[in-house]
Design a protein around this ligand. Structure first.
Ligand code: MN
Length: 398
């Protein structure tokens, strides 16, 4: 197996002013990191992660999987220390999805909701499992994959570098086939571009450099709501063919094992545009000669109908104004929202922030998150009380 062409591109997108993503394209090492945190902290965090990988030679004595683990732990420590010592950087964190190609294998290390995909035979396979609120909800059956793609909190991650002194890292080791293409990306790509379009865009491009540029373009045409980062690399044939000739049984057995580990979690659908509202039906003008009584009855029905509609709308508004739920804001802060946890369209939600906690979603255990973010509608006071319990446990005394 030989590492072939590779390319990477990052872009702020069309909505965010800053680009908090970072990338490394230094074959045989590839990294995408998506930073979070106020002010410029997100940029700092993702750059610290990228820098730790650029110095990866320091961990040369380890095997590839242990090396990837060690580098990610090292990056985590650096970000955590910085977040603790620098008040402006407190609460910062970053995702990381890294691939190291060595010894006929692709080793992937992963924390957060940036993704690694493999493209083989025109099919996009997601290799990594998102560490995100909506992925948790989908896994526990509370949300369908379709709902997850539209969920207002789809960008909230549940595991990040920098929030704790140690971090759980997912790793996987793949034995690629000749011609396999790998894609690492931040969530700004899959939230804006569907799977099929990702594959088509790559297949149309002459070079991976062009493909990376076109993917960023597609994400921007899709709205560009977040920073977009893509890294692509291809594994070439020659030696891999020889390997297969020498030991086909061993190679295919390893492959089957990997396939079992891969969960098909391709969940993102392109946003559905709201159907145009039907034109208001007009009352046909009364014809001359029609009995007056009939016209009067129509008016009565219309009045009753209007009163009913007003009642329903009024009731809904009253209900919404009283409903609260607990969620997490874009930056991961645990938040009490007023309203219901749905978006009308991409930008208009049926909820608003009432209380933003210093507590980060990533500071909670998966069980605690499932309990707190269960979308139960409740009063403001009881929502606050539920959050207060976790704040008391997780936050240091002020
Ligand atoms: Mn992002």
């Amino acid at each position: 197996m030989r590492l072939g062409e590779s390319a990477g591109k990052t872009d702020a997108g069309r909505v965010r002013r800053r680009n908090e993503d970072s990338l490394v394209v230094e074959p045989p090492l590839f990294v995408v990191a998506d930073g979070m945190g106020g002010a410029q902290a997100g940029e700092v965090a993702s750059r610290l992660a990228a820098a730790a990988f650029r110095e990866y030679h320091a961990a040369d004595d380890l095997g590839p999987e242990e090396r990837v683990q060690a580098i990610i732990q090292e990056a985590n420590r650096r970000i955590y220390e910085r977040a603790r010592s620098d008040a402006g950087a407190s609460g910062m964190g970053t995702t990381v999805t890294a691939a190291l190609v060595t010894g006929g294998e692709v080793v992937v290390g992963h924390v957060g909701d940036s993704r690694a995909y493999r493209i083989r035979d025109g099919r996009l396979e997601q290799l990594t499992e998102d560490h995100s609120l909506v992925a948790d909800l989908v896994r526990s059956g509370r949300l369908s994959p379709e709902e997850a793609g539209e969920h207002p909190q789809r960008s909230v991650i549940t595991r990040a570098l920098g929030t704790d002194p140690e971090v759980d890292v997912d790793t996987l080791v793949l034995r690629p086939d000749p011609g396999d293409l790998f894609l690492l990306c931040s969530d700004g790509l899959p939230t804006m571009v569907g799977d099929e379009e990702i594959v088509r865009t790559i297949e149309r491009a002459k070079t991976l450099e062009d493909a990376a540029r076109d993917l960023v373009r597609a994400a921007n045409s899709g709205g560009g709501e977040d920073n977009i980062t893509v890294v692509l690399f291809r594994v070439d044939g020659e030696e891999a063919v020889e390997e297969t000739l020498v030991g086909p049984a061993g190679a295919s057995a390893a492959e089957v094992e990997q396939e079992d580990d891969l969960e098909d979690t391709l969940t993102d659908l392109p946003p559905v545009a709201p159907a145009p509202a039907p034109e208001a039906e007009r009352e046909a003008p009364a014809r001359a000669g029609k009995p007056r009584r009939r016209w009067g009855r129509r008016l009565l029905w219309a009045a009753l109908g209007l009163a009913f509609v007003a009642l329903v709308i009024g009731g809904a508004i009253y209900g919404l104004s009283r409903a609260h739920f607990v969620g997490a804001a874009e930056d991961g802060s645990v938040t009490v929202y007023q309203g219901v946890p749905f978006d009308l369209t991409g930008d208009v939600g049926l909820y608003r922030e009432r209380y933003v906690s210093r507590l980060q979603a990533a500071q909670l255990s998966p069980e605690e998150r499932a309990e707190l973010f269960d979308h139960r509608l409740t009063s403001y006071d009881s929502a606050r009380a539920r959050v207060a319990v976790y704040e008391a446990e997780a936050l240091p005394e002020p």
